[in-house]
Design a protein around this ligand. Structure first.
Ligand code: FAD
Length: 531
């Protein structure tokens, strides 16, 4: 009864907001009433994201689906309705710029962290199903990667390609790319998917893969949620390593640093014993200590002073590498690491090594999250900027940005690591620079309201604009990762020669622009014209 009342309230809001007459039976006929909620807690949660930049964008209602069919029924109703409403899948809401929000529609809460009426009713999405012989796992689109890992480890298996942080949903990262230090070797997460179930913008449920509905398959991967809602993904697995040797070494010379990074990723075709499994890096421009929020890697009791390594007060670069191993091969790990390190040209005596279980390594950022949460520093605005920079221009970027625009304050970690373009399937919707090797530069800043100008949201937002303007003027053809644009022309430029296909497939699979309107790529069709 209460649910019905809530639903009726939701329908009334739809009518009021859209300003059109609606036959309320239309939504009642969806048959998904147990999952639709207008509970203020649900609506509030679905109106915010990690960025905290956009201001609350409350949806009209939130759906907690328990199956692909629930999602399909909702989207079909939106597509076929006279009055029209948008539908946005929301994974874990870790976007920066409202990409998973929709103000005039329904948010489909794919990840189960928010207890809603669907969860309360006892109906839940399917658990991961591992196929040990075939080495893949079928997972619900809203599954968090941490839970995918926990399930596959029960079979001694694990996905191959990761993000640095595991509390992100499968559908959310596959809509972008999903990258971390394994991408040079295995490609991004979108290169490690066998099959998808997708609900299109017409409410059709399609299974797609390389062989079946292949255009849809490639379009959805990196497709920013524009073509369909991923309800199931079949993800490739490998035997799970048990432990990880995790190493950081420092450089004061940028070209030596990038030469070593590029050398390490060039080893991707070598046997496992002759390459690292993970290659990342970060920039240290802050004065003082090189510990940062991403890890307590450098001992808090014995912090490393930048001045001891770079007396001129310049920028330092930290190469971060890791090698996975099994306890049965522990006897050779020292030797393998040693012979790889010998080929690198870091500052002598700047080697910091740690060793830990594989799961702890993969889940490393969560520890930092818990620390920041305890200090009230997690739920703050995050004006993040993620760029793919072509290899040929990374030195110009260093000069202009790390040694120029940033000054000596960064307000958060700055990651930098290269990837091999041939590990990215050019048929996917993901966009990367037009060179064989390109870098991720991730400026992961937190804005604080502590009176310091350089920590303020306004300062950091302006700095992001300045960086983009500098790249433009210096002819550094960057591509935004987790892109955010406001004008049609910017999106056309972003997709470049992929735009025509992107547009054509949008018209085919989501002709009314119902899905993922928070990305601001397509404007939902004028709702009145739906009549
Ligand atoms: P949401 O923010 O919920 O959604 C993102 C977009 O995907 C929206 O447009 C939404 O509509 C769409 N979407 C969500 N679910 C589905 C679905 N099932 N089907 C279709 N579309 C869907 N990224 C990396 O690549 N590597 C990293 O190491 C990394 N680390 C991060 C660390 C932190 C702390 C944070 C906050 C983000 C990080 N990211 C990283 C970025 C992250 O991958 C993206 O923001 C991703 O979209 C977040 O997933 P989500 O489940 O929260 O997605």
């Amino acid at each position: 009864m209460a649910t019905k009342l809530l639903l009726t309230f939701a329908i009334c809001r739809l009518i009021v907001t859209v300003g059109l007459t609606l036959d309320p039976t239309e939504l009642l006929l969806l048959g998904v009433d147990a999952q639709l909620s207008v509970d203020p807690t649900d609506v509030k949660a679905a109106s915010l994201d990690f960025g905290l930049l956009t201001g609350a964008q409350p949806p009209l209602a939130v759906m907690h689906p328990a199956s692909s069919q629930d999602v399909a029924q909702l989207v079909k109703a939106a597509y076929g309705s006279n009055f029209g409403f948008t539908v946005s899948a929301r994974g874990h809401g870790h976007s920066i710029n409202g990409q998973a929000q929709t103000a005039n529609g329904v948010v489909v809460q794919m990840s189960g962290s928010i207890g809603g009426s669907g969860v309360a009713s006892g109906r839940k999405p399917p658990h991961p199903r591992v196929w040990p012989q075939e080495r893949f796992v079928d997972v619900w689109g809203g599954e968090l990667w941490i839970d995918v890992l926990r399930s596959t480890l029960q079979h001694g298996l694990a996905p191959k390609s990761w993000t640095d942080y595991l509390y992100l949903s499968v559908g959310g990262t596959l809509s972008n790319a999903g990258i971390s230090g394994q991408a040079f070797n295995h490609g991004p997460q979108i290169s490690n998917v066998h099959e998808l179930d997708v609900v299109t913008g017409k409410g059709e449920l399609l299974t797609c893969s390389e062989e079946q509905n292949s255009e849809m398959f490639h379009a959805v991967l990196g497709g920013l949620g524009q073509f369909g809602i991923i309800t199931r993904a079949r993800i490739s697995l490998e035997p799970a390593p048990q432990r990880v040797r995790w190493i950081r070494v420092l450089y004061s010379n940028f070209s030596t640093f990038t030469r070593d990074q590029e050398y390490l990723i060039s080893l991707h075709e070598q046997p496992a014993s002759q390459k690292f499994d993970y290659v990342e890096g970060f920039v240290i421009v802050d004065e003082g200590l090189i510990n940062n929020w991403r890890s307590s890697f450098f001992s808090p009791h014995n912090p490393v002073k930048i001045s001891s390594l770079e007396p001129n007060g310049g920028v330092l670069y930290c190469l971060e590498i890791a090698k996975n191993y099994h306890e049965s091969t522990a006897s050779t790990i020292d030797q393998e690491v040693e012979s790889l390190l010998k080929k690198l040209n870091f500052i002598p005596a700047s080697v910091f090594t740690t060793d830990m279980p594989y799961v702890d390594f993969l889940d490393r950022v969560h520890k930092a999250e818990l620390k920041l949460r305890s200090k009230g520093l997690w739920e703050v605005p995050h004006p993040w900027l993620n760029l793919f920079v072509p290899k040929s221009k990374i030195a110009d970027f260093d000069k202009g940005v790390f040694k120029g625009i940033l000054g000596n304050k960064t307000s958060g970690p700055i990651l930098i690591y290269p990837m091999n373009k041939n590990k990215w399937d050019h048929r996917s919707s993901a966009v990367t620079p037009d060179e064989d090797v390109f870098y991720l530069v991730a400026l992961l800043r937190s804005a604080l309201d502590n009176g310091e100008e350089t920590h303020s949201l306004e300062y950091l937002t302006n700095q992001n604009r300045q960086i983009l303007r500098f790249c433009d003027e210096a002819g550094i053809t960057v591509k935004q990762y987790l892109p955010h644009y406001k004008t049609h022309q910017e999106w056309v430029d972003h997709f470049g020669n992929k735009w025509d296909r992107f547009y054509r497939l949008k018209m085919e699979f989501d002709p009314r622009h119902i899905l993922a309107s928070g990305q601001q790529i397509f404007t939902p069709t004028n709702m009145a014209s739906w009549q």
